[in-house]
Design a protein around this ligand. Structure first.
Ligand SMILES: [Zn+2]
Length: 119
């Protein structure tokens, strides 16, 4: 009998135990690392959009200016999966420029008025 060490794909810890099975019969695992972001994971993910490697790439591509359809085509996942990953990503929520947009709308017309009065 050969034992293969199971590593958590999120924190790469080997403190991992079996945790039942999925409805389709694949083995689930549970990570015992306290600092790990994920408790339950699967080793062979059926859909590419669930794998942590692909999820990281989705966020990186969004930060570098790639669109949703663009990202979906390159990573071979569906556009809906790209949106779902970005909505769940904590880094994506930092990038909402609501404050900056309202600031530029209120300041620019005032600058135009002062210039026309000077003439
Ligand atoms: Zn882990």
């Amino acid at each position: 009998m050969v034992s293969i060490p199971v590593q958590c794909p999120y924190c790469h810890s080997t403190a991992v135990i079996k945790a039942g099975k999925q409805a389709n019969g694949t083995q689930r695992f549970q990570c015992h690392n306290e600092q790990c972001v994920r408790r339950i994971f699967l080793l062979p993910y059926q859909d590419r959009g669930r794998a942590p490697e692909v999820r990281r790439q989705v966020v990186d591509m969004a930060i570098n200016g790639s669109g949703i359809r663009d990202t979906a085509r390159v990573l071979r996942i569906s556009p809906t999966t790209v949106v779902a990953v970005l909505k769940k990503s904590p880094r994506a929520s930092y990038r909402q420029p609501h404050v900056a947009a309202s600031w530029s709308f209120t300041r620019r017309p005032r600058l135009g008025r002062t210039r026309s009065r000077a003439r």
